[in-house]
Ligand binder design. Sequence first.
Ligand SMILES: *Cc1c(COP(=O)(O)O)cnc(C)c1O
Length: 240
Amino acid sequence: MVRSNPRLRVADLPALAALARDRGALLVVDNTFATPYHAQPLKQGAHLVVESLTKFLSGHHQVLLGGVVGARDVVEPLRQVAVRAGLVPNPWACWLGVEGVRTLAVRLERASATAWRLARFLQAHPKVRAVHYPGLAHHPDHPVANRVLERGYGAMLSFELPPERAAVNRFLRSLKRVRLVLSLGGVETTLSHPATSSHRFLSEEEREALGLHEGFLRLSVGLEDPEDLEAEFSEALEAL
Ligand SMILES: *Cc1c(COP(=O)(O)O)cnc(C)c1O
């Protein structure tokens, strides 16, 4: 199994769709990181697409919502379960979600361009050990990303600092506006620390196999001025 989070692995959707077709299986894609701006898996053979509206789609850290998209006959049984189990979100959250979706394209265009710039900046920085971003030529899925993703490579990237908690804490405290946040996909740039949050339930061996040491950080790029972000990271890296 290949986990796409947080090393930003990109699944070869047409190949997986062909495999699913051969075996009579359904292909379900979690498109939360790519969003419909960068990937439209139904067009590439997926049967169902799961989107977290909490993240980029609503885009402002204001709602908790999820969505599932697919052909009517595939979605209908899920809709029945949702209705019967009372999985019905409140109308205010839905309104905020829809308002967010209206600006998805302009937000992602900006955030992805900044992410690409930051990926190159971090990669060139002597204190950064590695950068994981599918737009970079050395990323293992760069060729797949070029086939599967459209309009760029997304607003998520990960990078590695030295694997020492004290150094990482110094780095995090030196940042002025970029905060450590559990969620992602908002207008503000945020960081997460997989080893102590999203991946803390893995065994130490599993984390090690994924390379998720103390210095591994995941970045969700927002809409700030790219120059300001670069300056902020530059200063915090000096504090390492
Ligand atoms: C946050 C997240 C989810 C869950 O999203 P909900 O907001 O609970 O719908 C699913 N997949 C990924 C990759 C996520 O980041």
